[in-house]
Design a protein around this ligand. Structure first.
Ligand SMILES: Cc1cc2nc3c(=O)[nH]c(=O)nc-3n(C[C@H](O)[C@H](O)[C@H](O)COP(=O)(O)O)c2cc1C
Length: 192
């Protein structure tokens, strides 16, 4: 059986110049270098309404179904999460909430249970978004995701990416690569 980990990478921000979208793109490349199969889900192409249970009256919206299918095709998640008021962004929480919703006959949070996740963050501040990662880790853990202990929060991130979105600082590259390599190895082990 092919046990190459299939990893879904995305950012918790849809902003045009998002630092975390750049970080997700960099991690996507590193996953492939580490022997994983990576899909980069562009947050800017996600168009989910703000979650409201009334919107499920006639079944889940097409966009939620599309995302659930993409999640189902992957073994692991690599999330680049910004920090808003020391926590998760509404964009990321909304995405998690929609994907967690079951279709008929399906268990709640089926697209999360048994998956592995790695977390990274980028912020212009000195803490690099690490307070958000505490909350993202907690949320994912509570819906059955095994979040690996390695994580990387990148402070002063406006100075870290060049025009093409490439990470300029070798120590930062090393930190993100540590997360990626651990995610690939952990997922591979769990897949047997
Ligand atoms: C509503 C709001 C709250 C924010 N709160 C924090 C914060 O608590 N900590 C932090 O490091 N940055 C905070 N920021 C700044 C973000 O880190 C910054 O806008 C960053 O670029 C967002 O990520 P992105 O570039 O991927 O969109 C906040 C920004 C917004 C809009």
């Amino acid at each position: 059986m092919d046990n190459t980990p299939r990893i879904l990478v995305f950012a918790g921000s849809a902003r045009k110049e998002s630092l975390n979208r750049k970080l997700a793109a960099a991690a996507h490349q590193m996953i492939q270098d580490a022997g994983g199969v990576s899909t980069l889900l562009d947050a800017a192409e996600v168009s989910l309404p703000l979650y409201n249970q009334d919107l499920e009256e006639n079944g889940l919206p097409e966009e939620a179904l599309r995302l659930k299918k993409i999640f189902a095709e992957h073994d692991a998640l690599l999330i680049a999460s910004p920090e808003y008021n020391s926590s998760i962004t509404p964009f990321l929480k909304n995405l998690i909430d929609w994907v967690s919703r079951p279709t008929e006959g399906e268990e709640m949070t089926a697209q999360f249970r048994g998956k592995v996740a790695g977390l990274v963050s980028a912020s212009p501040s000195g803490l690099g978004g690490m307070r958000a990662l505490v909350h993202v880790r907690d949320i994912l853990g509570n819906i059955g995701v095994l979040v690996i202990p390695e994580q990387k929060a990148i402070p002063n991130a406006f100075d870290v990416f060049d025009e093409e979105g490439k990470i300029q600082d070798e120590n930062v590259v090393k930190g993100v690569r540590t997360v990626v390599e651990s995610l690939v190895a952990s997922t591979q082990k769990l897949k047997g």
